[in-house]
Design a protein. Sequence first.
Length: 353
Amino acid sequence: MNTTEYRMALDSLRAILALLDKDASLSDIVQGRDAVLARYQPIFSTAEIKHLTQEQFKSFLLFENNRHWSGLNRKGPRACQDIAALREALALLLDDSKPLDQRMSKVADEVPGMGKALITAILLVSYPTKYGVWNNTSEAALKTLKVWPPFDRGATFGARYVAVNQTLLLLAKDLGIDLWTLDALFFRVARPDGPVNPEPQPPIGPPGQEEAQRFGLERHLHEFLRDNWGKMPLGREWTIYAEQGDEEAGYEYPTDIGRIDLLAKHRTKPRWLVVELKRAQTSDETVGQVLRYIAWVRRHLAENAEVVEGLIICHEAEDTLRYAVSEIPNVSVQLYEVSFTLRPDPKSLRRRD
């Protein structure tokens, strides 16, 4: 990769690496490596995988134990509902005598909850010098750094990971670091100022402050839409974009110009939907962002005959937003309402004297 983009990527990662000791959250991740490997390498070894328990597997999903990935615990528990099937799948995944792309694709297809983030985290822990992590954070970082590898449209999940991993190995070698540390650096590329492990915020603000309450609930709107998509009117027509190895790839879909809040495909028609949540941005910023993402999806994902649309979701729409959207035929606005009420339990068993 003797290209200008690759050299610039190395320079950017070196700059983050130079400040690692001053970034407490990232240095904690790097320093936690040896303890995590010592705890989980034996559990995920080919010799011991047949004895894996649900408790051991679930413990790995927690950020406090894996010290690195905060999102594994949301969907990972599904993978161990059938512990016998999981053991068999992991035995295949960790068998380095078989082609990597084939075993990865098979595991992703056969075990619910085993997506790219979890599969590659286990591979990294099991073979820390051979396999890096592919998740939304590392993908967003590689795209931002302009070193995301190209794929054929029909490439399998496993084949795509092989290409991603070659890039990760090359970056780690040229930076003189291990794959665990490289993955930590990606947090700062993808989220320069954000927390590595965001703590959930209380959804309800101080009593009597309606705007604070609405803002507190608004923090969870993104996750609410993802988790309840199938129950909403939008879900009747649209499904969150999925890829092999990631059934919710459309949540915070990484591009080289930012992350799409939600990316969906129509259930029956050749149409894409870019969903952007208007938070603190101005109307002009929001509309511009939606149009950029629409153009990106049209260029990188959509086929020639497919239509790409945009949807802006907000609590209130200013006239500036309405005027702008009125001139863009494939972009619309929907408003959401947040309600929180308390009412007496009509079936209460409390004694009335």
